[in-house]
Design a protein around this ligand. Structure first.
Ligand code: EPZ
Length: 422
């Protein structure tokens, strides 16, 4: 298994480009199932999760062409299967996003339950209850969600909690349903908005996306479209935390600062100098960070996907910070590993109290999930001496060539593959 070797202490300087958003690309690729025409997508990030999704869609009969310039063309005109098998779904829970489109266009689907993951049990009952509300005959058997519907019928659906992929799945199911669907308590994330914009380009009739009430008027069919995936606000936020920890002066090109309000506000509170343009962010840091408290919240609140990265910054702050994780029940897996780097963190349920240390010291640490990996890299960039981050296949799921981008910024980081890691 690959590892990242980091020698900390070098400030970051220079400019990098931000990739397309993983969590927008995943549902948008699945939306390709809703039409026999082609979807031409640009700014698609090169990530393991994207490859997994293309493999899953290929399994259904979708034709996909990945081009050199981060663009992908997908065409679902020869669907040969309506089943998403366990061996694929277990590696990426977002595979559940094929459920809505398959039932909407083909009237049936058999999708493996995703199972939990490191950060929590992550059930999908809201997806199932929502499809039932739209008239699907849906039940679970042998670990699979089995759904059938002659034609879905619009309904008012209020999910018990805000669910990002739940909102996305139900929106994709509703676009071809008969009549009007209202999603109440809908997720407001920019990635939900990007999916809605793509669906509208395909001929869907959607309004209210970006608010907690999305209205969809079903149509008979959808057609192909071209679409550029929005920038990844979590990747950009992760690099801002990196310069906060390692210090220096960086510019992020191809970013979407207007989707990063909560993150930018918190990092300015920590002491970073941040200026933004339409599609760029400049950030500099030349001192020890100030402690910042965070409480994760659905968008536009502080993103749970940024919690681990900001905690890495807080471990170096000149004071104590309180971090409350309100979305997932087990998203402090990075804490044990940060302690190995010399951090002082106490966990009490969903709350972590971080007492900032003047310095961290390099060590071997193990990534446990995607954002925990980023947290360990950020801490390693600031730690004295060498840090080895193991199991970075987690990192590769959501960060495109992170070590290359960090090396461009002057970081001393390289990837140890295969035999080098013994
Ligand atoms: C999406 O996951 C993201 N993934 C996650 O990003 C992100 O952390 C999460 O939203 C929250 O922002 C993608 O978009 C592919 P949820 P999702 O449904 O949709 C509970 C990353 O790092 N819930 O909004 O699976 C759930 O357990 C990943 O890129 C139910 O109980 O998250 C959680 O506690 C990690 N029942 C809360 O709701 C359901 O049916 C929010 O989950 C659905 C959700």
């Amino acid at each position: 298994m690959d590892k990242l070797r980091i020698v900390g202490g070098t400030p970051l300087r220079g400019e990098i480009s931000i990739s397309g958003a993983k969590n927008a690309a995943l549902p948008i690729l699945c939306a390709g199932l809703l039409t026999a025409d082609s979807l031409s997508l640009t700014n698609v990030p090169r990530l393991n999760d994207i490859s997994t999704t293309l493999r899953l869609l290929g399994n259904l009969g979708v034709r996909a062409e990945r081009h050199a310039d981060e663009s992908v063309t997908i065409t679902a005109d020869q669907i040969s299967s309506l089943e998403a098998p366990y061996d694929l779904v277990k590696t990426m829970r977002a595979s559940i996003l094929v459920l809505g489109p398959l039932v909407a266009r083909f009237g049936q689907a058999r999708v493996s339950l995703p199972g939990g993951c490191a950060i929590g049990q992550r059930p999908v009952e809201q997806h199932i209850q929502g499809l039932a509300a739209l008239g699907a005959d849906i039940h679970i058997e042998h670990g699979y969600v089995v759904a059938r519907a002659t034609r879905l019928k619009g309904a008012v659906i209020r999910t018990d909690m805000v669910t990002v992929t739940g909102t996305e799945n139900l929106m994709m199911a509703a676009v071809l349903a008969e009549g009007q669907t209202v999603l109440e308590n809908a997720a407001r994330e920019p990635e939900v908005v990007d999916l809605a914009e793509l669906l509208i380009k395909m001929g869907a009739r959607i309004s209210g996306h970006g608010s907690d009430r999305i209205v969809i008027d079903g149509v008979e069919s959808l057609h192909g479209a071209e679409h550029r995936i929005i920038p990844d606000r979590i990747e950009a936020g992760s690099f801002l935390c990196a310069v906060g920890a390692a210090r220096g002066d960086i510019t992020l090109r191809g970013a979407a600062p207007e989707t990063m309000g909560a993150t930018i506000a918190k990092l300015r509170e920590a002491g970073l100098e941040i200026t933004c343009g339409d599609d760029w962010i400049k950030a500099s840091m030349d001192k020890r960070p100030r402690p910042v408290d965070i409480r994760t919240h659905e968008y536009p609140g502080f993103a749970t996907d940024m919690q681990a990265q900001l905690m890495a910054l807080d471990t170096l702050a000149e004071g104590t910070s309180v971090i409350v994780e309100t979305i997932f029940e087990n998203r402090f897996m990075h804490v044990q590993e940060l302690l190995r780097l010399g951090a002082h963190i106490d966990i009490d349920g969903h709350t972590a109290v971080v007492r900032g240390a003047p310095r961290l010291s390099g060590a071997t640490v193990m990534a446990t999930d995607l954002r925990a990996s980023a947290s360990l890299v950020i801490a390693g960039l600031a730690a004295e001496g060498e840090t080895l981050v193991e199991r970075i296949y987690h990192l590769d799921r959501g960060y495109e060539r992170m070590e290359h981008k960090l090396r461009t910024l002057g970081a001393r980081i390289d990837r140890l593959t295969g035999k080098e890691t013994t």
